[in-house]
Design a protein around this ligand. Structure first.
Ligand code: ADE
Length: 227
């Protein structure tokens, strides 16, 4: 999968995407992430990419022309399956959106800053608007890193144990069960005996029950219409 990102602060994306599983995905050639500084398509020699908003009010707006030129010149290299704009007024990202996006080949992500991007760019080019939650970040970069991480780990071959993403929280609209490692007795706190039983069927049943119970208690909304 290839993901291109248009940003005014590429530095914010560097660290989250160059360690651990995201690094492995890129080293293995399963994921290619490229960042493009919007300034490359600035309208003047000052590198201007934002301007005052019509109608007045505090905060700058990212201009149409640099964004349109950036999008169109990148599109000439390859068509995109989706052009995504990171914004708090987008639809809330979740595991099912991650699953869906992980099946695409080429994505372009636009990170907003200041007051956001001119509405006409959203109308003309953007195919999906994504929020990572009901709070406002200073820009779309950290949100984009979150989305790319969630998608990238789902790509076949990225996780060592291919099956492990299948048991993540949310994969079946259930939260993940509790997990334990050695020692079996930690300061008098015991690992549930079933996990030491060596009976895979019993372990699976127990994990499913725990998932269900945890979901009932913490996120009953996930079970609505299912039970
Ligand atoms: N940009 C600023 N806040 C955001 C959010 N919550 N989700 C996505 N992009 C954003």
């Amino acid at each position: 999968m290839k993901i291109d990102i248009i940003t005014v602060v590429p530095e914010l994306l560097e660290s989250p995407l160059s360690h651990s599983i995201m690094k492995r995905a890129q080293d293995k050639g399963l994921l290619t992430v490229r960042t493009f500084h919007l300034r490359e398509w600035a309208v003047n020699s000052y590198g201007q990419v934002d301007d005052y908003q019509y109608g007045g009010g505090a905060g700058m707006v990212m201009m149409c022309e640099p964004l349109a030129n950036a999008i169109e010149s990148l599109q000439k290299e390859q068509p995109y399956d989706e052009i995504i704009y990171m914004t708090p007024d987008g639809s809330t990202f979740n595991q099912s959106a991650a699953n869906e996006l992980s099946m695409k080949e080429n994505l372009l992500i636009i990170c907003g800053h200041y007051k956001g991007i001119d509405q006409r760019i959203r109308d003309m080019y953007v195919t999906r608007e994504v929020s990572i939650g009901d709070f406002v970040l200073s820009g779309g970069e950290l949100a984009a890193a979150v989305v790319i991480d969630a998608i990238g780990r789902l790509l076949p071959g990225v996780l060592n144990d291919e099956t492990s993403a299948l048991f993540d929280s949310f994969q079946d609209n259930l939260l993940a069960p509790p997990v334990y490692t050695r020692p079996a007795d930690f300061r008098g706190q015991q690992v549930p005996p079933v996990l030491l039983s060596g009976d895979p069927k019993k372990v699976e049943e127990w994990r499913f029950e725990q998932s269900l119970e945890r979901t009932r208690q913490r996120r009953p909304d996930l079970l609505e219409g299912q039970e």
